[in-house]
Design a protein. Structure first.
Length: 189
């Protein structure tokens, strides 16, 4: 060999084929679905169902406020609550009433606010005033209180850690209150 010549050898570097990344994809996807996506779907479901319960409460208060007597207001509140609970909204929301007048999930009270003192008193649930309404010194409102159980959209009750979390793994209660002015106070007795 001549002096000044070097022998060159090529070193070939092997690159990984990526099989390790493919093997990790399945567990990561599994964790993503169980820990992030499914609980998120249940949280979105709870928000939707909660909005449905609020709408039911406000509609029942609106119907009660325009009624001519407290008996008519009570019947209207129950009918409106049952109508919305059995509608597509109620079925989609997966809600179940908790107690309430005739199992509707709603109760009605009459709120009497004294104009001079500003104090408010409440009648017994689902009953009238029992005396004539003093419209000179008081303002009257129907107060509708609803209470529903919201069931998760995806049943995750068997999942460890997540299964015992309300809203995500088990049902959660939801209660709202709405007031409506009594348009016909002479019918409160």
């Amino acid at each position: 060999m001549a002096m000044g010549h070097r022998v060159r050898t090529k070193i070939k570097i092997r690159r990984s084929t990526g099989s390790g990344a493919i093997a990790e994809f399945a567990p990561v996807l599994f964790i993503f679905f169980l820990v992030i996506l499914f609980p998120l779907i249940n949280l979105i479901g709870f928000a939707t169902s909660s909005a449905t319960v609020l709408m039911i409460t406000r509609q029942a208060a609106s119907i009660a406020g325009s009624s001519t007597t407290w008996q008519e207001a009570l019947a209207g509140m129950e009918q409106e609550t049952q109508k919305w609970k059995n509608s597509g909204f109620g079925k989609f929301a997966s809600i179940t009433p908790i107690g309430g007048y005739n199992g509707s999930g709603a109760d009605m009270l009459i709120a009497t606010t004294n104009l001079s003192s500003g104090s408010t008193t409440y009648s017994a649930k689902n009953s009238g005033l029992g005396a004539a309404a003093d419209t000179q010194n008081n303002i009257f409102e129907y107060q509708i209180r609803t209470q529903f159980m919201i069931n998760p959209w995806l049943n995750m009750s068997g999942m460890p850690f997540i299964g015992s979390v309300p809203i995500v793994g088990k049902p959660a209660g939801c209660a709202y209150t709405a007031n409506s002015n009594v348009e016909h106070p002479e019918g409160l007795q």
